[in-house]
Design a protein around this ligand. Structure first.
Ligand code: BMA
Length: 330
């Protein structure tokens, strides 16, 4: 398969990859090595999940959600030669911040990482009188410079676009509440400087009675394609046993990403394997990153499983785009 004309971006021939098993007809399939990151990879971790991975210096770097044995939510950096076997710093990231008010770390979780122009930006759910969107940058995954929080509390799932749109930085987010938020739509916001955010636009609401009926939130950094921004996102169903987190995809307009071109009605991946169904929070698949080889369209999607471990899944970008259009709502 060759998707050269579909995905805009760099060739990344070394991303982790396994061909679709012969007995599988799904558009997204799991790594045979799942979960690739166990809950106890570092001595202090209770769980390692909902984490973000990017290409870095010919290999890979990541920011990991490591809840510790006091069950405090922390962010750790890590490096990997192959994207599968990780060395995670046993100590949490200590952000460098000019403003003590913003830099006083309370908690951080569900990081995303996005290369824009000349550096890696990290966004995460940052505790500041409630959850909001923290923003930092790094060049080396050793020193992290924290900027202003993007929004007022309460907000989660802040996901940057990998380039300016209409001359401004762009972010998706999901306004929320102090707790586990039984609602949630995805919004789009713009910024001239990654400090002041505005021109907020509604992107999408929960839909239907099924897997995305309670809330939706952006997942990995959107992938630029000739068909629009490919957005992988999570959706939540409220079952009689609590929330169920699944993932699917949508296509957003390249110039006005708040306009949804197509959005899939079914899920692409839902919690079905034991490590997705059993853990600290059962029945959760939660994508936070996708590596994409633009030359072939191969995707490696990193997702948290049951708020406990980290899984890896694969897809071809062209198949996902075609599937979203063929299975679109409406
Ligand atoms: C959300 C976030 C995620 C978590 C999910 C399922 O509200 O807290 O970190 O994976 O709930 O518990």
């Amino acid at each position: 398969m060759n998707d050269t004309s579909l995905v805009k971006g760099n060739a990344l021939p070394n991303i982790p990859w396994q061909d679709r098993p012969d007995d599988c007809s799904d558009v997204v399939w799991r790594s045979e090595d799942n979960p690739i990151i166990p809950r106890d990879l570092i001595p202090r971790s209770n769980s390692i999940f909902n984490s973000a991975v990017v290409p870095f210096e010919g290999a890979f770097a990541g920011i990991f959600r490591c809840d510790d044995k006091a069950r405090y939510m922390r962010l750790h950096s890590g490096l990997s030669a192959d994207g599968i076997h990780w060395t995670i710093d046993p100590d949490p990231i200590q952000f460098v911040c000019d403003d003590d008010e913003i830099g006083a770390f309370d908690y951080g979780y569900d990081p995303r990482v996005c290369w824009i122009e000349d550096r890696y930006y990290v966004t995460w759910c940052n505790g500041y009188h409630g959850p909001t969107i923290g923003v930092a940058y790094t060049n080396d995954f050793a020193t992290f410079h924290q900027l202003e929080n993007a929004f007022l509390p309460y907000n989660r799932n802040g996901v940057l676009f990998p380039r300016k749109i209409g001359g401004r930085y762009a972010m998706l987010s999901r306004p929320s509440d102090t707790g586990h938020t039984a609602f949630g739509d995805i919004f789009y916001s713009e910024s001239p400087d990654l400090c002041f955010w505005g021109r907020h636009r509604h992107v999408m609401a929960p839909y239907g009675p099924g897997w995305q009926s309670t809330k939706v939130g952006a997942g990995p950094t959107p992938i630029e394609t000739t068909e629009g921004w490919l957005l992988i996102y999570h959706g939540v169903l409220t079952s009689c046993n609590g929330f169920v987190y699944s993932m699917s995809a949508a296509l957003l307009d390249l110039d006005q990403p708040w306009n949804v071109i197509a959005r899939a009605e079914p899920y692409l991946l839902s919690p079905q394997r034991l490590y997705e169904c059993a853990g600290d929070v059962p029945n959760v698949v939660f994508p936070c990153a996708a590596l994409c080889d633009a030359a072939t369209g191969r995707l490696a999607i990193y997702y948290g499983a049951a708020d406990t471990v980290t899984g890896l899944a694969f897809a071809h970008a062209q198949e996902v785009v075609d599937w979203v259009k063929d299975n679109a709502i409406g």
